[in-house]
Design a protein around this ligand. Structure first.
Ligand code: CU
Ligand code: ZN
Length: 199
């Protein structure tokens, strides 16, 4: 009789414990699903949608790559170059996706769909293509990570596909018109839709 009661008690406790464990498991599973959904959403926001490969121009040795990702309120630009001279170099999105000229003059002016003046990437009124400067270190390597917010109400980031990215010999002073007095065009690459799009 004692053993029977004891067994029932043990069975009860075990069932309770099992039920509780299942509950915890369910809760954990749902939390995991929520995290997964959030991660997927975040990934969608940060998804790389365009890229450019920069080739040397105007007799330089500068080459590199640029990737563009969608962010919640704008886009993120990640650029890396090699073979540069130490210091700051203007970098912009230019309005024509044509890097064929030896001096990259074929890339045209800065991409400026809103008809704003030239400025730096922090300014409210500026060319959509104004990415400011990329800083090259002693080893010739330059890196730029820039968050570009909505510019003058412009949000049609996909329209940069088919334009180009140009790196310049000199610093962009972010005020001289029409292009920041940044000198020769030393690298150029056409912006293309990213090959590997995550869904
Ligand atoms: Cu430029
Ligand atoms: Zn500009």
């Amino acid at each position: 009789m004692k053993t029977e009661k004891c067994l029932i008690a043990v069975a009860f406790i075990t069932t309770q414990a099992w039920a509780q464990a299942q509950n915890t498991k369910e809760m954990r599973k749902s939390a995991e699903q929520k995290t997964e959904a959030k991660m997927a959403a975040d990934l969608k926001q940060g998804v790389t949608f365009a890229e450019a490969t920069l080739a040397p121009k105007s007799g330089s040795k500068v080459q590199g790559s640029v990737i563009f990702s969608r962010m919640q309120n704008g886009m993120q630009v990640l650029a890396s170059i090699t073979g540069g001279t130490p210091g700051k170099h203007g970098i912009h999105i230019h309005e024509k996706g044509d890097c064929s000229a030896a001096d990259a003059a074929s890339a045209g002016a800065h991409f400026n769909p809103t008809g704003a003046p030239h400025a730096g990437p922090e300014a409210h009124a500026r060319h959509v293509g104004d990415l400011g400067n990329i800083t090259v270190k002693e080893d010739g390597v330059g890196l730029l990570s820039l968050d570009v917010p909505i510019v003058n109400g412009f949000t049609n980031w996909d329209s940069i596909i088919g334009k180009s990215v140009v790196v310049h010999a000199k610093v962009d002073d972010e005020k001289s018109q029409p292009a920041g007095a940044s000198g020769d065009r030393i690298a150029c690459g056409v912006i293309q839709a990213a090959k590997a799009k995550s869904t």
